[in-house]
Design a protein around this ligand. Structure first.
Ligand code: HMG
Ligand code: MG
Length: 295
């Protein structure tokens, strides 16, 4: 009989991953409303925004203002995505005690996403290490293109293993494995996890599945067979990745919750609040895309 975890943690990434991919930025006030609604839903972690170059991601250029004006409730980890020391300093000034850094299993994706090789991204993490140690920050590490890359195609599990080993060596204990273009199948997910978990404990890993081809739900269920219990998702399923044309949004949080409900797994999410939040953000996204269509 398949055993699943009794409880799953959902990391809500819509405000960062979802909103970074909109053609035009939504209003700062709407982001704050969205975040405040999300804080009522029962998430243990919300990825709020990123402190990256506004030339690269203008959609999140108001990260400082959003971070200053949103509500922060006790018991929720609010995380900011940072690519380098400058981003980390900005996140600290904006009162974050949790940050996420990101690299990839594919050299071409790394170059396109962050203008550096995988090893150079490790160099950036290395530069950040004394800062997050000094401030006792909680750090999460993303690996993009774990299964497929929009430029290189299928990725060898060996490349993923190399990157995981380097990240863990830096003392980063939480790693989110990204199916950036949503192309992985459940068998591919099982194969990769089996290889990874031969070496490391499942507690280190989360899955970050984009839902381009509708595979994400099945993949998450497959990962639960391996005791993985942390999944990233985006309320309303908004989003994508600006440096992976084929990427659609993250799996909708609603779908992760309904999957968990269907197999008796607790999520701690208040479904009424989730629906309210989803309706709100989808209406804003729709309004913005209609306005953009008229431009
Ligand atoms: P670069 O151009 O190579 O960096 O960018 P640079 O160090 O040469 O700096 C160039 C300019 O950027 C300078 O300004 C810096 O000050 C500025 P200028 O002198 O030209 O005016 N700069 C910054 N500004 C604000 N915040 C910063 C920062 N750093 C430098 N932190 C960099 C390198 C990484 C900064 C750039 O490539 C960048 O910001 N990229 C954005 C990448 C990104 O946000 N991608 C999407 C998120 S990752 C993702 O979605 C995948 C994930 O969801 C998992 C998955 O789905 O697979 C996590
Ligand atoms: Mg993503």
């Amino acid at each position: 009989m398949t055993t699943y975890p009794a409880k799953v943690n959902i990391v809500e990434v819509g405000p960062r991953d979802g909103l970074q991919s909109m053609e035009k930025s939504i209003a700062t006030e709407d982001k704050i409303t969205y975040l405040n609604l999300l804080s009522q839903c029962g998430f243990s972690e919300i990825e709020v925004t990123s402190f990256v170059s506004p030339k690269w991601i203008p959609q999140l250029a108001d990260a400082k203002e959003v971070s200053a004006k949103m509500d922060r409730l006790n018991g929720i980890t609010y995380t900011a995505l940072v690519p380098n020391l400058k981003g980390l300093d900005d996140a600290l000034s904006a009162q974050y005690s949790s940050v996420a850094v990101f690299t990839a299993a594919s050299e071409s994706f790394s170059k396109n996403n962050t203008n550096c090789s995988i090893d150079e991204s490790m160099g950036r993490f290395h530069q950040m290490t004394p800062v997050w140690e000094e401030h006792s920050l909680r750090v999460r590490g993303y690996i993009s293109t774990v299964w497929h890359c929009p430029y290189e195609g299928p990725i060898k599990t060996g490349s993923v293993i190399d990157v995981i080993a380097k990240i863990l060596d830096l003392g980063i204990q939480n790693i989110s494995l990204g199916d950036t273009i949503g192309k992985a199948t459940a068998d591919e997910v099982r194969f990769t996890l089996e290889t990874i978990l031969n070496r490391w404990h499942p507690k280190h890993f989360a899955l970050h599945m984009h839902d381009t081809f509708g595979f994400a739900k099945e993949n998450i269920q497959a990962a639960m067979e391996f005791e993985i219990n942390t999944f990233d998702s985006s309320t309303g399923g908004i989003g994508g990745c600006p440096y992976a044309e084929d990427a659609s949004g993250n799996i909708a949080t609603e779908n992760v919750v309904s999957l968990c409900n269907s197999i008796g797994i607790e999520t701690g999410i208040n479904e009424e609040k989730l629906e309210e939040t989803s309706t709100f953000i989808k209406s804003i996204v729709k309004k913005e895309s209609l306005a953009h269509a008229k431009d």
